[in-house]
Design a protein around this ligand. Structure first.
Ligand code: GLU
Length: 498
């Protein structure tokens, strides 16, 4: 169903950097808007001035662009419903808060924040939900005038009606919040800024937002937002949908303080994840297409979007799963695309690497989940230690009595190669295995251990090609020279035993 009146928004507060939770909210709003041919709006909610962080706005906008979630309207590309940042709209909020004061739907509260804090703590200690006592609810007009003249600080509170708030949530179904859970909420602060709940309602209305999709932690704000909307008599049929919370693999709510878990979009960008993979993985945080296919593009997600398929139970953020999704994207890339993508992330000062740059990187194309992984993988390849006597003995012990003969014969075959290229080496290896009947681990792992000093790595013929003829022969010879000592020893021991 197309409905170009659909207008969704992502409304980050720049109190932190762009995080997986925020990005998931942005993504679902984007997908929903695009699925209906509507508009996706980004609005900066910066009214909590003490908590705003440097680079907070930039981190949101820059990384949204990296994810290619381009807003139809935002601070950088304003439409007709701006400003797109709340600090530039203070007079509008003030005007509406004053209107509510005039209509006696709101009142001035002169209570000191230290007293309110004390009451809060007392309620919590008694196991009760903290609520405003209502002390200033019915202050006498002359008393109010006097306090204003005395320049006493005040906040503006909405007179909350004694009624339950019920709405049909697009994701959670019917939600009902009893009046007993609500109290007169602050809508305007003493510092001249509106509160989050007040500004959000004004902006969602001013910007003609039709659907609000946001994290479940905002469910408790929704009745207040409905109450504010009703008090302001704003006519809108805005619908709310609350996305499931994101938990970690231990079942705990994702916390930005958990530094062990990479959760910031900037981190993934720096590590060299393709943004398409991150988008794909974030789609799975709460929703999956009906056919259970897990790897899909943003366009496919938009095509398949269905509210009924969004889960209302917690979504688990599993970094390993994200790596797996991302691996699929590297595997699907063309070679040129892959090289172009990963090259800026690789910083290896090794002449052999520089000489065989693309070849080295391509060796790991099917293996990596993010580009900077290549620094370790390629780096390890060149980190070759000379085999010690102990290493050589261990190799002979592991691969058996034929080891020395295998390496001797293989060396003879390698020596014969004139035209050093991957195809020839590949052929020589398979021919050798066929002729000698030594195969599998006894050939591949054995030769790899001798040539690379490692038991695993990229395909053997590629590694041998990369190291070059001279170096490969040198390693094979070193092994044989060292193994000779062992052989000699064994012979002497068996002679002595006779
Ligand atoms: N500024 C709020 C936040 O960052 C937005 C909440 C909402 O979407 O209403 O959590």
């Amino acid at each position: 169903m197309k409905n170009n009146l659909v207008r969704t928004r992502y409304a980050p507060s720049p109190t932190g950097l762009f995080h997986i939770g925020g990005a998931r909210t942005a993504l679902f709003n984007y997908i929903f808007a695009k699925a209906y041919g509507g508009s996706f709006i980004v609005r900066i909610e910066d009214t909590d001035i003490e908590r705003n962080v440097k680079d907070g706005i930039n981190s949101q906008l820059k990384n949204l662009a990296w994810l290619k979630l381009f807003p139809d309207e935002s601070l950088n590309n304003p439409g007709s419903y701006g400003p797109y940042i709340q600090s530039e709209k203070l007079s509008r909020y003030k005007e509406l808060a004053n209107k509510l004061l005039l209509e006696d739907k709101a009142y001035r509260c002169f209570c000191k924040s230290s007293d309110l804090q004390k009451q809060r703590e007392e309620s919590l200690n008694n196991g009760q939900t903290p609520k405003y006592s209502g002390k200033c609810r019915n202050l006498d007009v002359t008393e109010i005038q006097k306090r204003i003249l005395d320049k006493k600080e005040f906040v503006t509170r909405l007179r909350c009606e004694d009624k339950d708030y019920i709405w049909t949530d697009l994701i959670k179904g019917i939600i009902s919040i009893p009046s007993s859970a609500l109290s007169d909420i602050v809508i305007f602060k003493s510092n001249g800024f509106p509160t989050y709940n007040f500004a959000v309602v004004v902006d969602d209305y001013d910007m003609r937002i039709t659907h609000v999709l946001r994290g479940e932690e905002h469910i408790s704000n929704t009745p207040y937002q409905i109450a504010i909307k009703e008090a302001l008599e704003l006519e809108s049929d805005i619908q709310y949908g609350h996305l499931p919370i994101i938990i970690d693999t231990n079942g705990k709510k994702l916390s930005k303080r958990n530094l062990e878990l990479k959760q910031f979009i900037e981190d993934y960008k720096t590590m060299g994840f393709p943004s398409r993979a991150i988008i794909n993985y974030m789609c799975l945080l709460g929703w999956s297409p009906a056919d259970n296919v897990e790897v899909f593009s943003l366009a496919q997600a938009i095509e398949a979007f269905d509210f009924n398929a969004i889960s209302s139970s917690p979504s688990t953020f599993d970094f390993k799963k994200m790596e797996w999704i991302s691996k699929n994207y590297f595997q699907a890339m063309g070679e040129i695309e892959y090289i172009d993508f990963v090259t800026p992330f690789v910083h290896i000062e090794n002449s052999l690497f520089k000489k065989n740059h693309n070849f080295c990187l391509l060796m790991f194309k099917d293996q990596i989940s993010y580009a900077s992984e290549l620094n370790t993988l390629v780096g390890d390849l060149f980190d070759i230690k000379k085999l010690t006597k102990k290493d050589v003995d261990a190799i002979v012990d592991e691969f058996g009595e034929h080891t020395v003969k295998t390496i001797t014969d293989f060396r003879t075959n390698i020596k014969k190669i004139d035209d050093w290229n991957v195809d020839v080496i590949k052929y020589i290896i398979s021919d050798f295995c066929k002729e000698s009947l030594i195969k599998g681990k006894n050939f591949y792992t054995c030769v790899r251990s001798v040539v690379t000093t490692k038991t695993s790595g990229p395909e053997l013929f590629k590694v041998i090609f990369l190291f070059g003829k001279e170096s490969t022969l040198k390693h094979l010879k070193h092994f044989l020279d060292t193994a000779e000592v062992k052989k000699a020893k064994i012979t002497n021991v068996s002679k002595a035993a006779k």
